[in-house]
Design a protein around this ligand. Structure first.
Ligand code: BGC
Length: 716
């Protein structure tokens, strides 16, 4: 309480005293200038205090100096002290991957949006913007001024337990979508971030794995996603990751932090370590780590001593501090201090449901089995564990507490949001007889399916931070359940609630499959509206669904060798196996057939493509899409480029995309800009992007495997 009062008073005085004694409060000055003006005033201790966290809420065994300030926390992932005498507020951080985490323990409430992967499946930057804006707003309502979200690690291995927190396997899709989310989240005046920088593509041994990757492959894959995210989203902070990269921890890699992020990309904000991912003082500082989280083990007293002894120069120290202050001014948390309020759940429901409706992917629809006709269907069997009460969500630090989750969510627990598929389906078809089976008794489920016109199975797969999936199979006998249900009733619809790809041994015996991802607070209503045709599906896969784990670059996820010494790099994983050929690029170059290709998704209407024209120097493309069916729908037009053979990359790559709404019979001609970087290779010797000379093939259509239009352009 004391802390809160202190903040209010100081903020008010900070605003009123914008005259001569607090010149940095002049909003006409640039954030750079304002940061410098504050910097001039700071003592060494104040500077140091801005460069480390003060512990996570309810963290045990804190050092005494950290314990002493715990009354100032807002909860969440932690905080950084402010400088009250100068009107600089505390940085109060919460995880917020698909909504604000840990609300329940404060007696508050947050909206769960669909998973990040789900939102990437919308291929809709407006949806990504709405997503970010909602989270930014709900953070502030709960007293936070900093978000920890913006997950951008590309899906190099679909078994990665955090795949649901990221934006899929393609760097252009992931980078542009996360960029839109970050931009709009930051627009709400929170310190925005992007994470986990970088190559943190598996959870197994995440603090012990030393990723091996060549520069060119790295630039054209994971780093490209971050480059686009940083340049389009303008995050105020970057969270460096746990893993090692080519022998250095990511949080002490001069190459990644100093040279690439801050040097080439000119990132003006600060780099914070992932929680306990700081491993040194001097090396990390030299490399470009600005802030340690969540404690002060290396950036507290040790940093102070390093500055006093000259091992870390004043200029280097000031650079760290300036970046933190810059982020505070640039984000607006100083000019627009947080005022707590009440989250508007109704608005949250609207946004969450809309995002889900645009993100679910219709993977199969034999003989137009969907949409269901509420007037005609007489009986429906709803089948699936918890399908009468809720839908599954993703775990770990991303976990949003579900309403009714008293006291918060235990770590790595399966959480089902109270959005009931059974109720939503009953509401859509009030005249139909709707039965329910949890599916634990397969014979009961099959009997109910047999007795109904249509069976709808809600299948789930749970994922979380701090562990990878052993396989891509649905857990807990669900494959057997679906097989039995589909055998009993050929009109079986499977709704998937998954965090990543799954294998589908039962696919051919079903009539329809809808990938709903983790559907968020209003998942069930969104799914019901899609199943009954109130909404036409328009999502497309942001990642390939492989036929089996055997098709992946590595058949198993490498594990750290025992005994595991926490945080000591003890094993290598070689990402050069696939290099830049992540996801669809891998399957294409290996000529491996897939279950569902990247970019794939059906609609209740049909579209045709025509008139592909490539603009000057390949920097734009124009094409026409027509809705050739009888329903309104939205189509994502996808444009790929294949580089000349001299590039040595014989796979196509996504270079542009656009979601287009079309009435029945309507056509639209759209022009999309193509950033030449997306058509480039990284020239290691020259240290720059370059387009090799020769002929480039441009293809366009509805998925990476359905590209009816083709054109070329030449780079001389
Ligand atoms: C996760 C981060 C998260 C942080 C704070 C770490 O374990 O990797 O994504 O932001 O914890 O909760």
């Amino acid at each position: 309480m004391l802390g809160l009062l202190g903040l209010t008073v100081l903020t008010v005085s900070g605003q009123t005293k914008s005259g001569t004694d607090r010149p940095w409060m002049d909003t006409k000055l640039s954030p750079e200038r304002r940061a410098d003006l504050v910097l001039e005033q700071l003592t060494l201790d104040e500077k140091i205090s801005l460069l480390h966290g003060e512990g996570m809420a309810r963290q045990k065994n804190l050092p005494p100096e950290i314990e002493a300030v715990q009354d100032q926390t807002n909860g969440g992932a932690g905080f950084v002290l402010g400088v009250p005498r100068l009107g600089i507020p505390r940085i109060q951080m919460s995880d917020a991957a698909y909504g604000v985490r840990q609300s329940a323990e404060n007696g508050r409430y947050s909206t769960a949006l669909p998973s990040n992967l789900g939102s990437a499946a919308s291929w809709d930057q407006d949806a990504a913007c709405a997503y970010g804006k909602l989270i930014g707003d709900e953070l502030r309502m709960q007293g936070y001024n900093t978000t920890l979200g913006g997950g951008t690690n590309i899906t190099r291995d679909p078994r990665n337990g955090r795949t649901f927190e990221y934006m899929g396997e393609d760097p252009v899709l992931a980078g542009t979508m996360v960029g839109a989310r970050i931009r709009c989240e930051g627009g709400e005046h929170v310190i925005s971030d992007i994470k986990h920088y970088v190559f943190n593509d598996q959870e197994s041994g995440r603090q012990e794995v030393d990723v091996q990757i060549g520069e060119r492959a790295g630039r054209e894959s994971d780093l490209l996603a971050f480059e686009i995210g940083v340049k389009t989203g303008h995050p105020n902070a970057v969270m460096c990751s746990y893993n090692g990269v080519n022998g250095d921890y990511a949080c002490e890699s001069t190459w990644l932090l100093h040279d690439v992020l801050k040097g080439e990309w000119k990132f003006p904000g600060f780099v914070m370590s992932d929680w306990d991912a700081t491993h040194s003082t001097v090396k990390a500082s030299h490399a470009g780590l600005d802030q340690e989280q969540p404690l002060d083990l290396f950036y507290g007293e040790k940093l102070k001593q390093a500055v006093q002894s000259g091992e870390v120069s004043q200029a280097e120290l000031n650079d760290h501090v300036r970046r933190v202050l810059w982020a505070e001014f640039a984000s607006g948390i100083i000019d627009h201090p947080v005022v707590r309020g009440v989250v508007d759940p109704v608005h949250g429901f609207e946004v969450s449901q809309k995002v889900e409706e645009g993100s679910a992917v219709l993977l199969r629809n034999e003989h137009a089995a969907l949409p269901l006709d509420a007037q005609k269907v007489r009986s429906i069997a709803v089948i699936g564990f918890n399908a009468d009460t809720g839908m599954i969500s993703g775990g770990g630090s991303a976990q949003v507490d579900a309403p009714g989750q008293i006291g918060g969510t235990p770590w790595r627990k399966h959480i089902w949001f109270p959005t009931s598929p059974l109720d939503a389906i009953r509401a859509k078809a009030p005249d139909a007889k709707v039965s329910y089976s949890a599916g634990s008794d397969v014979a009961d489920a099959a009997a109910k399916a047999k007795a109904a016109d249509v069976a709808i199975v809600f299948a789930w797969q749970w994922e979380s931070e701090a562990g990878d999936l052993p396989t891509l199979s649905l857990p807990e006998n669900q494959d057997r359940l679906i097989e039995a249900v589909a055998k009993a009733n050929p009109h079986t619809v499977v709704v998937l609630e998954t965090g990543t790809a799954v294998t589908m041994p039962w696919l051919d015996s079903t009539s329809a499959v809808l990938e709903a991802w983790y559907g968020g607070s209003k998942g069930a209503d969104a799914v019901a509206r899609l199943l009954f045709g109130d909404v036409n599906p328009s999502g497309k896969l942001p990642m390939t669904f492989p036929k089996s784990e055997d098709e992946l670059p590595r058949t198993t996820v490498a594990q750290p060798p025992p005994p595991v010494k926490n945080g000591v790099l003890s094993f290598k994983v070689d990402y050069n196996v696939e290099g830049a050929a992540v996801g669809y690029k891998w399957y294409e170059s290996q000529k491996k057939p897939v279950l569902f290709p990247f970019g794939f998704g059906l609609s209740y209407t049909t579209f045709s493509y025509s008139n592909l024209k490539v603009g000057k120097d390949g920097e734009s493309v124009t094409l026409t899409v027509k809705n050739t069916g009888a329903r309104a729908g939205a189509e994502v037009a996808e444009v790929y480029a294949t580089l000349p053979a001299s590039a040595g990359e014989p796979w196509k790559r996504l270079v542009a995309y656009k979601k287009i709404e079309l009435a029945p019979g309507e056509s639209k001609t759209v022009t999309m800009d193509v950033d030449p970087t997306y058509e480039s290779i990284w020239d290691v010797a020259a240290k720059r992007w370059t387009r090799p000379s020769g002929e480039y093939k441009v293809t366009a259509g509805s998925s990476s495997a359905e590209l009816p239009l083709e054109a070329t352009f030449t780079v001389r």
